[in-house]
Design a protein around this ligand. Structure first.
Ligand code: ASP
Ligand code: MG
Length: 407
C-alpha cells in the first residue's frame, strides 16, 4: 500500500462545506488503496485574524505567546477534518504538530524542524486510520509550541512525506498548479506540467505562493511534490528532479520558465556611509538582533570614500528597520536614512539563463519600452530581479511574459 501525504491550504478549507468536500476527496484517495496522512492549514484567513487580534491586545506580543496562539488555527482545521471524515465512515484522528513528532529549534515564529519521529503517525496509518496533522507547527526542547513561519504548512507536508518515506507529497490548493506567471495578472499564462527544484525555489522565494523551505527540503531529499487543485480534477504541476538529458531539453533549457512578482517590498537607504571595513557588519548585526530579515542588499561603489547602502525588507518591517538604521547611522556618522515603502519585485527565472548572455539586456529593454523605471537590480545564476514601483508591477509582469514568450 502506498503512503500518500496530502496538504490542503487554507482557502481549500475556508468553511464547513469546503472541509466536507475535502474529506470526500481524502476518502476517495483512501478507497483507491492508499494510506493517507493529511496536513492542513488554518481555515481561510484565520492566521491573519489571529495576528490582528493579538495586535489589538498588545503592540509587541511575546513570540512564545504568539506561536501558541497561531498554532490553534491549524488545530481547529485538523479536528474538524477528522470529524468530517468520521462522519462519512472513514476512521481518522487529528494531531497537533507535537503529537505527530515534529521537533523544532527554539526560533519562535520561524522555527526549523530538527527532527521528525513519525512513529505515532505510522502506527495510526498501520491500523487503517487517516491521520490529520495540524500544519505549520512543532514543539521545541522546552516543550513550547513553535511555528515555522507564514506558509509553513507546505514544509510540514514535505517533512512528513520524507519521514514516512512516501512516494511524494501532494499539495492541494486553490490554484491548479504552477503557472508561467500569475494568471490573474497575465491571462494567457500557461500551466507548467513539471518544473525542477532550482527554478521552483527561485519562483517561490521571489513570489509564487509556496513556502520556499518546503522546496529546499524536497530538493535535498529528491522528494517529488505535486501542486494541484483541491477541487478540480485536472493535472497539476510536478516539482521534481529534472536532469537535462530529456529529449527536448536543449530547446527548453534556453527559455525563461516563469515570471514572478512580489508586491510587498520596502527599501531602506543609508546615505553617505563611510566606506571602511566593518561598516556593513555594524549596520546589519542590529537588524538581525531585532529579528528583521533583510532581503536584497546593494552597496554602491564609493566616491570620495562615501557610499550609499540600500536593502529591502517586507513592508510590515520597514518602520522598525528604519528606526534601527537611524540609530546606527548616527553612530557611524552617515548622512541620513530614507525609506521607500511602495515597491515590488519582478523576476524572470530559468536555468537556461546560466550560460546564455542577453537575458538582462532584453529584460531592461522590455521594461524601458513600457516606461517602467528600475529602482534596483539583483541576479542569481538563474534569476534576474528588478525592483520597480508597486503601481507598475502588474504591467512589468505582462511586458516580460510577452517579451520572453513564456506563455
Ligand atoms: N496558517 C499559516 C499561514 O497562514 C500557515 C500556512 O497556511 O501554511 O501562514
Ligand atoms: Mg500557503
Amino acid at each position: 500500500m502506498a503512503i500518500l501525504v496530502q496538504k490542503y491550504g487554507g482557502t481549500s478549507l475556508g468553511d464547513a462545506a469546503k472541509i466536507k468536500s475535502v474529506a470526500q476527496r481524502v476518502a476517495r484517495s483512501r478507497e483507491a488503496g492508499n494510506e493517507i496522512a493529511v496536513v492542513v492549514s488554518a481555515m481561510g484567513k484565520t492566521t491573519d485574524a489571529l495576528i490582528a487580534l493579538a495586535d489589538s491586545v498588545s503592540p509587541a506580543p511575546e513570540p512564545r505567546e504568539m506561536d501558541l496562539l497561531l498554532s490553534t488555527g491549524e488545530v481547529v482545521s485538523s479536528t474538524l477534518m477528522a470529524m468530517a471524515l468520521r462522519e462519512i465512515g472513514v476512521p481518522s484522528i487529528s494531531m497537533g504538530g507535537a503529537q505527530a513528532g515534529i521537533r523544532t529549534d527554539a526560533a519562535h515564529g520561524r522555527a526549523s524542524i530538527v527532527h521528525l519521529d513519525p512513529a505515532r503517525v505510522r502506527h495510526e496509518l498501520d491500523g487503517g486510520t487517516v491521520v490529520i496533522i495540524a500544519g505549520f507547527q512543532g514543539i521545541n526542547d522546552e516543550m513550547d509550541i513553535t511555528t515555522l513561519g507564514r506558509g509553513g504548512s507546505d514544509t510540514t507536508g514535505v517533512a512528513l512525506a520524507i519521514a514516512l518515506e512516501a512516494d511524494r507529497c501532494e499539495i492541494y490548493t486553490d490554484v491548479d498548479g504552477i503557472y508561467t506567471a500569475d494568471p490573474r495578472v497575465v491571462p494567457d499564462a500557461k500551466k507548467l506540467a513539471e518544473i525542477g527544484y532550482e527554478e521552483m525555489l527561485e519562483l517561490a522565494t521571489y513570489g509564487a505562493k509556496m513556502h520556499p523551505r518546503s522546496i529546499e527540503l524536497a530538493a535535498w531529499y529528491k522528494l517529488p511534490v505535486l501542486v494541484a487543485s483541491s477541487t478540480a480534477n485536472v493535472p497539476g504541476t510536478l516539482i521534481h528532479d529534472i536532469t537535462s538529458d530529456g529529449g527536448d531539453a536543449m530547446e527548453v533549457s534556453n527559455k525563461v520558465r516563469g515570471v514572478t512578482y512580489d508586491r510587498d517590498v520596502a527599501r531602506v537607504t543609508i546615505r553617505g556611509v563611510l566606506d571602511s571595513p566593518g561598516i556593513s557588519a555594524r549596520v546589519f548585526e542590529p537588524l538581525t538582533d531585532a529579528g528583521i530579515s533583510v532581503d536584497t542588499i546593494v552597496q554602491n561603489a564609493s566616491t570620495e570614500r562615501l557610499t550609499d547602502l540600500s536593502f529591502t525588507v517586507e513592508r510590515r518591517n520597514v518602520t522598525q528597520a528604519l528606526e534601527v538604521t537611524r540609530r546606527i547611522a548616527t553612530d557611524i556618522g552617515a548622512a541620513d536614512c530614507v525609506a521607500h515603502d511602495h515597491l515590488g519585485n519582478v523576476s524572470i527565472v530559468g536555468t537556461g539563463m546560466q550560460n546564455a548572455p542577453g537575458f538582462a539586456s532584453r529584460m531592461f529593454r522590455a521594461l524601458a519600452d513600457a516606461a517602467i523605471n528600475i529602482e534596483m537590480i539583483t541576479t542569481s545564476q538563474i534569476r534576474i530581479t528588478c525592483l520597480v514601483d508597486e503601481s507598475q508591477v502588474d504591467e512589468a509582469v505582462r511586458v516580460l511574459h510577452d517579451a520572453f514568450e513564456v506563455g
